[in-house]
Design a protein around this ligand. Structure first.
Ligand code: TEU
Ligand code: CA
Length: 551
């Protein structure tokens, strides 16, 4: 297995709006991030992935960019950014930028030009079509509700927007557009940023003729016909010229296709984020239903991606981000076993093969917000969904019950720094309410408690640094069909470690596999106090996690 710094790294995602407010306007900002760099250093992470910080009218919290080379007013200035980059680098922390170039904002100068007349040179930077007898050009749907086409009165054509109508899709067929994007990427790389997380990159290519979607959009506007040409071109023109890390966000990519994007000989990307875990169960296309999972599927997904990329590509590992419910609320137990289950899940992410991603607040076990009233929600996806369903006649209570569990705002409440008013995030009313549980779940408390989730993450990160087997070792699933336990052995040359995870709130028996019965076991990390030495049989407590090195 080829070595690389980005395989050994642990990444921490910051959603700047909710991280730390430094100037008392209720919105997180760049100076707030600078204030907390020492905290991140203490945690031990290597890379920060910054969700978008560029100029934006914030229709989708910065994922609608109106100037790629300037900073959002609420977040600060370019001087603040330069200082952040320097302060991070001084601490040995790298910075990954969010690259959102499937679409931009309708307030970007390119779109303003493009919509001024049909023969404007920028017209073709976007995707315009005539209506079909007064109807939409085709049946494509926006991810955030309704048609993906918006009629533009002044020029009498529709433009494509796979997300909100304030996020027009860029036309990747246009070579000048692509060159402008590469130029912009180099602007950031020349400043010294360390790579990109690429927003929905596998939607850049749209199928010629713009056919209706029949079953699903795969091959039409997801993983479209020219996607590999575009990524390869970007790699050649930009990535290959720098020592950087790239990770593409890739909804609807099956593991069998993963290699095509991240194969070591493919000259495309280092890693992708697949959504197999986030999209469980597969029998529903409604995102607001997708919170049910079972351990068999979880194991299958981890193993499938491991096997399909083994020795020829690299995985990313995550169980939440700014678009998903909180990990401990979804896959763990945020009530009686919050601490134990948060640590157990972290053990999986940090001892499986791949690069671990931590989403802000995860390291203290922040939970879903479970807001009860629609007036507490801010996210455009949630608000559009609510409106659409209310219009369809769905009852408000049923709807809120679903939104409470699935809304992206669950992940977007402010980071809970201490137990003072507004959780130490701000000294005014924040842009979105804090989770009321900040009184007992907060960073200050975690730092004072040696058994906290925070110190467990710190230890996991250290273990990874000290044990190359955790990064590069092969992986063997054991007890594949066990309904309660996820367990595997990692092996690199003569080093072997055993990971045992009880995924549920019941006690369960675990037998050391026959071939290891006479070995010696040395405990590396565990989320409960363990007094006994290892017998061939052990009883695991609710959500218990143990990692042993085998001697
Ligand atoms: O998300 C891409 C995406 O596919 C979303 O529809 C995602 O599945 C959804 O948010 C889950 O609820 C990316 C960004 O991560 C997201 O924040 C943006 O809103 C979106 O692209 C548009 O840029
Ligand atoms: Ca602020």
């Amino acid at each position: 297995m080829k070595k690389a710094w980005w395989k050994e790294a642990v990444v921490y995602q910051i959603y700047p709006r909710s991280f730390k407010d430094s100037n008392g306007d209720g919105i997180g900002d760049l100076n707030g991030i600078i204030e907390k760099l020492d905290y991140l250093k203490l945690l031990g992470i290597d890379v920060i992935w910054l969700s978008p910080i560029y100029k934006s009218p914030n229709d989708d919290n910065g994922y609608d960019i109106s100037d790629y080379e300037d900073i959002m007013d609420e977040f600060g200035t370019m001087e603040d950014f330069d200082r952040l980059l320097k302060e991070a680098h001084d601490r040995g922390i790298k910075i990954l930028m969010d690259l959102v170039v499937n679409h931009c904002s309708d307030e970007h100068k390119w779109f303003v030009e493009a919509s001024s007349s049909k023969d404007n040179p920028y017209r073709d930077y976007f995707i315009w079509k005539d209506g079909k007898k007064g109807e939409y050009p085709n049946n494509w749907k926006s991810f955030f509700g309704g048609s993906a086409w918006e009629y533009h009165e002044e020029t009498g054509q529709y433009y494509l927007h796979l997300f909100t109508k304030k996020q027009p899709d860029l036309n990747w067929e246009n070579e000048n557009m692509r060159k402008d994007i590469y130029k912009m990427m180099k602007y950031w790389l020349d400043k010294g940023v360390d790579g990109f997380r690429m927003d929905v990159f596998n939607m850049y290519s749209k199928k010629e003729g713009f056919p209706n979607v029949v079953d699903n959009p795969n091959g039409i506007y997801i993983n479209g016909p020219k996607i590999h040409d575009y990524v390869k071109e970007m790699n050649k023109e930009v990535f290959s010229k720098y020592d950087i890390m790239t990770v593409g966000e890739a909804p609807c990519v099956p593991s069998s296709m993963g290699y095509l994007y991240v194969g070591e000989d493919r000259e495309e990307l280092n890693m992708i984020f697949h959504f197999d875990l986030m999209d469980m169960p597969n029998d529903s296309s409604d995102k607001f239903n997708k919170i049910h999972w079972n351990l068999k599927d979880v194991k299958d997904i981890f193993m499938r991606w491991y096997e399909d990329l083994k020795d020829r590509g690299w995985n990313s590992l995550f169980m939440n981000n700014h678009d998903q419910p909180r990990m401990v609320s979804r896959f763990g137990n945020d009530k009686e076993y919050r601490v134990q289950s948060a640590k157990m899940l972290a053990t999986l992410i940090h001892t499986f093969q791949g690069t671990p991603y931590i989403y802000q607040g995860e390291e203290i076990g922040m939970t879903n917000a479970y807001f009860e009233s629609i007036s507490d929600y801010r996210d455009v996806e949630t608000l559009n969904y609510y409106k659409e369903k209310i219009e369809e006649g769905i009852d408000e209570g049923t709807l809120i019950d679903k939104i409470k569990l699935t809304s992206r705002d669950n992940a977007r409440t402010p980071v809970q720094w201490d137990d003072s008013e507004n959780a130490g995030f701000t000294n005014v009313t924040p842009w979105i309410n804090v989770n009321p549980n900040y009184k007992y779940i907060n960073v200050k408390k975690a730092l004072e408690d040696k058994d906290s989730i925070f110190y467990y993450y710190q230890k996991l990160i250290n273990l990874r640094k000290e044990n190359p087997v955790i990064v590069y070792g092969d992986l063997n699933l054991i007890y594949k069909d066990d309904k309660n336990i996820f367990a595997y052995v990692r092996k690199l040359e003569d080093k072997e470690i055993l990971v045992i995870l009880n995924f549920f709130d019941k006690e369960v028996e675990f037998n050391i596999p026959k071939e290891y019965e006479n070995k010696e076991f040395n405990l590396l990390i565990n989320n409960y106090e363990i007094k006994d030495t290892v017998n061939n049989k052990m009883t695991l407590r609710p959500y218990e996690a143990r990692v042993y090195s085998i001697i």
